[in-house]
Design a protein around this ligand. Structure first.
Ligand SMILES: Nc1ncnc2c1ncn2[C@@H]1O[C@@H]2COP(=O)(O)O[C@H]2[C@H]1O
Length: 388
């Protein structure tokens, strides 16, 4: 616009403004002691830039945020048609990742739920049949990310989901691409490949595509339709606006505890965060059976509070073989070996645990798998001793 000052030009920032910014940054760095100072500074300025752009209603392109962005500001990814766009090619995480039929622009927009007013475009209501609503609702209830949502948040997720159809052979998600949607399968079969190796498949009620949206990471796997497929898709903006605040609370709650768990001492903070996100709390009263010897194993447990007793059957009696306390873990043996549970676990007093399902256990505990395997040798020794 001739004669007008660009709202983000240096003209709008006085030397005093600049000094104030630097001082604020210094204060935050001193208060929060970030592990990655450069990333922290980068997030700080991105946050400021996004705020200013929002105020000026000029959502131009900004870089993608760090998954651990403490400023709770998220970039909004809009998928737009190839022929329409004005796209940034300098998105650090996603430079080479471009979807086949879509191009991706990243614009500054607040993801804080408090800033999303009802009736805004983010709170859309896409009509669905009752059976589809029931199916989506059931699928969400089984998903670690959505399980703890309030009823109205769940409803928002369901309302926001849009139908997408794919033909047999079509790629739904490409490994390395930018994350744009989280999906629930309505009908058809979908195969999942990591580095061209099939790792799993999904049918009606199955869901995928959450990782890239949660962590601003490139897609971790390729998903292909192997029949005619209909999916319900939750766009990135809705996903983050509904889920992330909820998740931040959960992360805060478990983070401190996880950092003190000896097994996780070697992990990076970002790895701890991912584990915290996937945890599900479970409580037991005195004498409750947590799991039974001989059962199929489907969960890994960490003791957050209380004590657990381990019993092994000698054919007629139950023998006490071990006990565990806060920070200890159990349940990994059956997951590592695909064998039935090797002992019965009983709560002594009130027992509070957090659990990881098998898929999350395999995906997230890769970095400590060697330690887990090494430690199973101790169990074998304990169990042998108890049986002799
Ligand atoms: N072994 C696996 N590794 C990575 N992603 C997986 C795996 N199994 C299933 N997936 C899903 O495949 C999705 C690919 O996109 P995302 O990375 O967003 O989220 C990923 C998960 O939902």
């Amino acid at each position: 616009m001739p004669g007008s000052i660009h709202p983000f030009s240096t003209h709008s920032v006085t030397p005093q403004d600049y000094n104030d910014l630097i001082e604020e940054l210094n204060r935050q760095v001193s208060a929060q002691h970030p592990e990655d100072v450069l990333q922290f500074c980068c997030d700080f300025f991105q946050h400021k830039l996004s705020e200013e752009r929002l105020q000026n209603r000029n959502p131009t392109l900004v870089p993608v945020h760090n998954p651990n962005d403490v400023f709770m500001q998220e970039s909004t990814i809009n998928t737009i048609d190839e022929e329409q766009d004005s796209v940034s090619d300098d998105l650090p995480n996603f430079q080479s990742a471009r979807h086949r039929n879509r191009r991706v622009s990243v614009s500054a927009e607040s993801m804080q739920p408090s800033k999303l007013t009802p009736g805004s475009t983010l709170h859309k209501k896409i009509p669905k049949s009752e059976p589809e609503i029931a199916m989506i609702s059931q699928s969400l209830r089984c998903h670690f990310l959505f399980k703890s949502l309030e009823e109205d948040q769940c409803r928002q997720v369901i309302d926001s989901m849009q139908e997408k159809k794919f033909h047999a052979g079509e790629t739904i998600i490409e490994q390395g691409a930018v994350g744009d949607f989280f999906y629930i399968v309505s009908s058809g079969d979908v195969d999942c490949f990591v580095n061209n190796i099939k790792v799993t498949s999904y049918q009606r009620g199955g869901s995928f595509g959450e990782l890239a949206l949660m962590y601003n990471a490139p897609r971790a796997a390729t998903l292909k339709a192997i029949s005619e497929v209909t999916l319900w898709a939750l766009d990135r903006v809705s996903f983050r606006s509904i889920l992330m605040e909820n998740n931040a609370k959960k992360r805060k709650m478990h983070e401190k505890f996880l950092e003190d768990v000896p097994l996780f001492k070697s992990l990076e903070l970002s790895e701890i965060h991912k584990i915290a996100d996937a945890l599900e709390p479970v409580n037991f009263d005195d004498g409750d059976i947590v799991l039974n010897e001989g059962d199929i194993g489907d969960n890994f447990y960490l003791i957050e509070q209380g004590e657990a007793l381990f019993y092994k059957s000698d054919g007629t009696n139950q023998q006490l073989v071990n006990d565990m306390k806060k920070g200890d873990y159990f349940g990994e043996l059956a997951l590592l070996t695909d064998k039935p549970r090797a002992a019965t676990v009983v709560a002594k007093g009130n027992l509070r645990c957090v659990t990881l399902g098998k898929a999350a256990f395999t995906r997230l505990l890769g970095p400590v798998m060697d330690i887990l395997k090494r430690n199973t040798a101790n169990y074998h020794a304990i169990l042998k001793e108890a049986q002799s």
